[in-house]
Write a protein that binds this ligand. Structure first.
Ligand SMILES: Nc1ncnc2c1ncn2[C@@H]1O[C@H](COP(=O)(O)OP(=O)(O)OP(=O)(O)O)[C@@H](O)[C@H]1O
Ligand SMILES: [Mg+2]
Length: 365
């Protein structure tokens, strides 16, 4: 097995603005790295460059100890699973699984062993003689996985493999892929635009936007300490509430448009130098406490007018506003406030995330 290393990798089509700009990323041996970002940010392009399906404009890519810039896809010791499954429609499942192995001249007995093993792992035994058209979407995706599995590659590359499945099957399959990877320990790069998939599957997550890496870290690290506004906004459902504020009172207060909050004690030093400047304040819904929730650490009260209530089952997410600023918080589902009600909440001050309004970079430690 092998790690994958991207050094200053850039991709440009013709004279256009680069689609990928100077990406440095180390994927460790055995690691499950998720590459996440909005549509068009360059995820597939980056993955296809690792696979060798797309040339790189500059930089270098290593798989294990070997620089693979000039190595053909078939010689990179990788297996890729696509969103479209890309199965051969005229071949049975068995022949789909065998095909790549035959091409590589592997002996019949070994092929049978590999197919049987993958069949067992993925529950494909009863399906081996069917054609792809006689399978459900989930079963097709399983065959596509099986085809990657039998190749026994050093690295798995996944490009949104679950996005054609319905919500329930997606959750089931993401658990299965994760378990499979934990058992086999094959280094994996998994592309998705779904941040929940990223959070639940990744050992680490790399967030990409506009062809540039925004932050790389463990799921909780990204959730608790987003390094810039993009990551703050992208990771977490419901999203972090964000509002602009001016630094006031010698760095001790944050004045939003229609309310004022004390600054977190830990940020006072950093804010002193920004007196009168604009910052963006972020707060996650679980850190704004409705009735009956007990706070940790210093809090400030805030009155909000309810303008939307979303029931999730175990709790409700309430969106309340004061003036033009909107803040989400969570409440017990049995006693949600009516639309238009005024509610008192407590903001956990040590949980505020502060960002520079100009650079959009994190200010709080
Ligand atoms: N052959 C090409 N010529 C010019 N631009 C291209 C080409 N292929 C892709 N692009 C552009 O590169 C950018 C990144 O595309 P890419 O497919 O990598 O995005 P993505 O993050 O995978 O998006 P999605 O989530 O929609 O799959 C897009 O703006 C796309 O239009
Ligand atoms: Mg894509």
């Amino acid at each position: 097995m092998a790690g994958v290393s991207l050094q200053n990798v850039t991709k440009a089509y013709g004279a256009d603005r680069p689609v990928i700009s100077g990406v440095d990323l180390e994927i460790h041996d055995h690691e499950f790295m998720v590459l996440v970002g909005p549509s068009g940010c360059g995820k597939s392009t980056l993955l296809r460059m690792v696979a060798g399906l797309e040339e790189i404009t500059s930089g270098s890519i290593r798989i294990g100890e070997r620089v693979v810039n000039e190595v053909a896809p078939k010689d990179r010791d990788i297996a890729m699973v696509f969103q479209s499954y890309a199965l051969y429609p005229h071949m049975t499942v068995r022949r789909n699984l065998e095909f790549g192995l035959k091409l590589r001249g592997i002996a019949r007995a070994e092929i049978d062993r590999l197919v049987s093993e993958a069949g067992k792992v993925l529950g494909l035994h009863e399906l081996l003689e069917r054609r792809p058209k006689d399978l459900s979407g989930g079963q097709r995706q399983r065959v596509a996985l099986g085809r990657a599995l039998v190749r026994n590659p050093a690295v798995f590359l996944f490009d949104e493999p679950l996005s054609n499945l319905d919500a329930k099957l997606r959750v089931q399959m993401r658990g299965e892929i994760k378990k499979l990877q934990q058992r086999l320990q094959v280094t994996s790069i998994y592309v998705t635009h779904d941040q929940v998939e990223a959070m639940t599957m990744g050992n680490r997550i790399a967030v990409l936007n506009g062809g540039k890496l925004q932050q790389v870290g463990a799921p909780l690290e990204l959730y608790e300490r987003p390094q810039n506004l993009f990551v703050a906004n992208f990771i977490g459902t419901p999203a972090m509430s964000l509002f602009k504020a001016t630094v006031a009172d010698s760095g001790g207060a944050l004045a939003a448009r229609s309310f004022k909050l004390p600054a977190p004690a830990s940020a006072k030093g950093a804010l002193l130098g920004r007196l009168g400047k604009q910052v963006v304040v972020g707060i996650r819904p679980e850190n704004v406490l409705g009735k009956g929730r007990s706070p940790r650490g210093a809090t400030a009260p805030l009155e909000l007018t309810v303008d939307l209530v979303e029931t999730l089952g175990d709790e409700v997410v309430v969106y309340g506003s004061q003036g033009e600023d909107r803040i989400a918080f969570k409440m017990d589902p049995h006693d949600p406030p009516p639309f238009g009600a005024k509610v008192q909440v407590l903001v956990e001050l040590d949980r505020l995330h502060l960002f520079d309004a100009e650079t959009e970079l994190r200010i709080t430690a």
